[in-house]
Design a protein around this ligand. Sequence first.
Ligand code: ADP
Ligand code: MG
Length: 711
Amino acid sequence: MTVRAVVSRASEQPVGRSLSSPVGRLKRVGAHMEELLARLEIRTVQDLLFHLPIRYQDRTRVSPIGALQAGDEAVIEGEVLLTEVRYARRRMLLSRLGDGTGAITLRFFHFSARQQEGLTRGTRLRCYGEVRGGPGKLEMAHPEYRRADAVSERADEPGLTPIYPVTAGLRQSSLRGLIVQALDCSAVASGDGDPLRELLPGEVIARHELGELRAALLYLHRPPPEADLQALLDGSHPMRRRLAFEELLAHQLSLRMLRAGMQHHRAPAFAVPGELRARFLAALPFAPTTAQRRVIDEIEADLRRPHPMQRLVQGDVGSGKTVVAAAAVLQAVEAGCQAAVMAPTELLAEQHYRNIDSWLRPLGIEVIHLAGKSRASARSLALEAVRSGRAAVAVGTHALFQQDVVFAALGLVVVDEQHRFGVHQRLALREKGRDGGRYPHQLIMTATPIPRTLMMTAYADLDCSVIDELPPGRQPVTTVIVPETRRAEVLERVRDVCRRGQQAYWVCTLIEESEALQCQAAQETSELLREVLPDLAVGLLHGRMKPAEKEAVMAAFKGGAIQLLVATTVIEVGVDVPNAGLMIIENAERLGLAQLHQLRGRVGRGSEKSACVLMYHSPLSERGRLRLAALRDTGDGFEIARRDLEMRGPGEILGVRQAGLAQLRAADLVRDQELIPAAGQCAALLLERYPERVGPLVRRWLGDRPRYGAV
Ligand code: ADP
Ligand code: MG
């Protein structure tokens, strides 16, 4: 059915529906369709309007078949020359279509007898689809098609055809039809106040030359034939920018509301003299850096207040975040509360446990480690220590927040390497630690610097501290890029470094996400390296080893008994062995910059010169070369994060789990970066002068998604 046919039928009976009606009120929306739409967060007619096209097709012209090339999406028209059912591996229907300039094969794997009859020789068809195959063998698989009764050069569609994000089982054409119905509803004045009313202050619209909301929506759903397709696709079109601005604004508003909401909650105030912290700092073998001191003070001030702290500490790898966390923990303990320290991996949890325990035990404080796989008896002892309040500090992975873990008086949660946990987990954690009307304070630490624009959009509910200084005496890490073919030189280098008394890491990576395969690769590499470097003590560390084995290997490496540690990326976060002076990363081209930077941060922790060798498989793409060069040329995590954001988009920086935020409808965090500060100013203006518009604006874009439940 053509779009126009849907429009005219829909407009016959527009009564009884408005933009705020549930989608079920639309024609052709039954229970099943409702369910499909709900997966796309579409529940009301208005939600359909805010479901924006991801791209457009130009169906305004019919293309001659002779001019088609593989990869084209085209409208063609011609006569059926031959139709047959063929049995290859599967049954399929093949139809040959010609228009005098050339011929093409239409291929259908699913077809009915009726469809087969409709494709008899001599029938004129109009088809739309993607062209595949090579010269002389072009084909379209499952094209959209209909009978064409007269030859015509004009296509069916008067303008560009929008393509929407869909979900399995929902066809483009069905969704398009529903959106046409929604557009019809939007034209009809509705009784309940106009949901598409302008919510941006006139001064903001004028200053940023933003058009009108309703016009922009209409334009994006139905761009006229003369629309600048390129601008629509690359997002620079003023109509899309208008919507992007409002969407970014809505996200910022929702996070600011979330933050304001937290300030109404209560938390235990740790107004203590700070004796424990003073004793801890005095006992350290080094003095905290100025940056560490500043951040410790910022946290201290937060913790003295009777409202939950929500603070993010950013500090490059090796900047000394653990000391800062320990200082915060001690403030909680001195006030008689417990603290939970959460790490993303077992390995890191073990290391934190060892560090924190060694610092706190001399102060008479009991720290326990709740490992994911500890023996039942050990676990129940640890649980009892936490429940009774005897253990003031518990360290672990997210296993800390399992149902059976009950704290006597949890007052502070420290989350290390937060980007791996994600926004949703952060909110879930907040709820989990809640005790009646009281929330624990939250301290989140990340080594992945978050560019300011991203901070404003994704983390606007957090206060932020930055440790912008490394401890003195650190040597910058020299980074080199080497093809895999020069492995022999790399081995020589490993031998050299170890002969000088330093230690080395050899990191194995794979494309496959499969942990099993990664571990296998590390296993094989370690065997190989043992053969070619027989005079070195080679160790192996991967995620599938038992916690006790891992601990033993780490202890041996730390103690110097292992000279070369072959590992998977489990060592990415936090592992701290100052005597390690060389890191080899295999298949470096496959990892994100942020991840490579993290890995590299494992060396350069002592006072000796250190190096990192990025080994790649040829050929290296131009983009790949640029990425590795970026890493070689700078050791500044913030600069690397900025380039990563440019090259790979926010998903990489935020981590896969945070993809939720990347699902913006109109905006793109990279492309629309320069709108973000403007949207931030506008958010402040609205909160101050037009607070009644905030709720409608947030709901318009975010609906009632759970993460914004507090709005
Ligand atoms: P990260 O910020 O990457 O988590 P860590 O907390 O693991 O860094 O600290 C890295 C190393 O630096 C540790 O060995 C730690 O003891 C040491 N360190 C921390 N602060 C200082 C300091 N002010 N001076 C010297 N060494 C420090
Ligand atoms: Mg750390």
